[in-house]
Design a protein around this ligand. Sequence first.
Ligand code: IMP
Length: 429
Amino acid sequence: MPATVVVGTQWGDEGKGKLTDLLAKEARLVVRYQGGHNAGHTIVVDGESFALQLVPSGVLYSHTVPVIGNGVVVDPAVLIAECEMLESRGIDTSRLVVSGNAHLIMPYHYELDLMTERFLGHNKLGTTKRGIGPAYADKAARIGLRVQDLLDPKIFREKLGVVLREKNALLSRVYNRLPLDQAKIEERYLGELAPRIAPMIGDTVALVHTALEAGEQVMLEGAQATFLDLDHGTYPFVTSSNPVAGGACVGAGIGPRDISRVVGIVKAYVTRVGSGPFPTEVDGEVADYLVDRGHEYGTNTGRRRRPGWLDLVMIRHAARLNSLSELAITKLDVLSRLETLKVCTAYEDTTDGTRYEHIPYHQSVLHRVVPVYEELPGWQEDLAGATSVDDLPAEARRYVELIARVAGVRVSYVGVGPGREQYVSFAAA
Ligand code: IMP
C-alpha cells in the first residue's frame, strides 16, 4: 500500500499534528522525515494536551510504530526527555525507532545558531535557536556526527575531535566564546545518552519498505511547512531542511512512486513566526482576535505568531510544489464572529501593475506586492460542535468552497476545534 504525506502549506503551525493524528488511525508507521525539535505539534486527546517536538504524532496510538527518519536532526537529550514526559503520562514509547543515519545536534550547534543570529543583527532570521541550521550545515559539509556514531565510541571520539578543533577555533576567535570541552561532550553523549538511545536505533529504511511491501499504511509527517522549505520557501527566512512532499522521499528513504496521497494542511488564516515577507499580514483588532482565539503562540518558543488573512496564492503554489491530492483545513472555528473575512486570491505589484497568481520567484517582488482580496461574509455561530458538513453555516461552507476552487484541490477535512474528534469530513466528489 502506498504512503501518505502530510505537509504544511504555509509557514508552519497549521495544526499538522492533529491531522496526522487523525490519519494515523489507519497507519502502521508514522515517519518524521525532516526538521528536529524546532517543530511543535500539539495533539489533544480526551481533553489532555500533548506537545510533541521530535517524537512523531503516531506515538499516541498503540497500533502505530513512530519512526524518526534519516532526514531528521536529533538532539538525543531532547528525545529522551520527550519520551520520559510521554511515559510519565502513560504513553508507551518503546516502539519508537530512530534512524542510525539521522544526524546529531551537538552542543556547538546551539552556540553557532545563537552567534550567527547575533551577528546578523537586524537581518536575523528569528530561528528557534535549537541548532537546526548548523546541524544541517555540518551534514552538507560532511562533518556531521550521526545517531549510529553513538554506538561506536571510537568513531564518535575521532569525529568529534576533528570537528571540535574547527568549531572551537570559530567560537573562540570569531565569536569570542569559550571553547567547548571534548571530554564533557563525550561523557554526556557516550556515557549518559548513548545507552538510552541505543535500543531505539534501527534500520528505518528497511522498516518502511517492509511495511509498504506488506500492504500496510505508512504516514510521512512533515515538520515546518512549504514556505519554510530551504529551496522553495522565502529564503533566507526558512528552515534548513525540505518540508515539501519531495523531501519525504529523501528523509524516509522511499521513491516518488511509493507515495499515493499528499494531504496539504491549510490553516483557515495564516501565521508566521520569525522574520520574512508576509503579504497578507494584519495588525490591530483582527490580529489580536486571531492570536487570542487561535492561541497563536509558539508551542516551542512561546513567541507570539504574526497573523494574517488566508493567502490562496500560497496555497495554489503549495499545491504545485507538493502535488497535493487534497487539502485539510484547520482552525476554521477561530474565524467565527468576524463580520467580514478577507481572502487573498492574487498579488499585485503596484510599481507596474503585474498580477501574480503564483508566488513570484524574485523575493524583492514578494516584499512589495499587495494582496488582492475577495471579501466574504463571516458567520456568528460557534463551530466547535460541528460533526458534519450540514452543521456548518452556509458562510463557512462558502469559505471552504472558495479555498478548494481557487487552489484547484479538493478539501477532505475541516478542523473545528483542538480535540481529536473535532473535525468535519468532506466526502470525495
Ligand atoms: P530554525 O528552523 O530554528 O532554523 O528557524 C528558521 C525559521 O523557521 C524561523 O523563522 C523559525 O521561526 C521557523 N520555524 C522553525 N520551525 C518552525 C515550526 O515548527 N513552526 C513555525 N515556524 C518554524
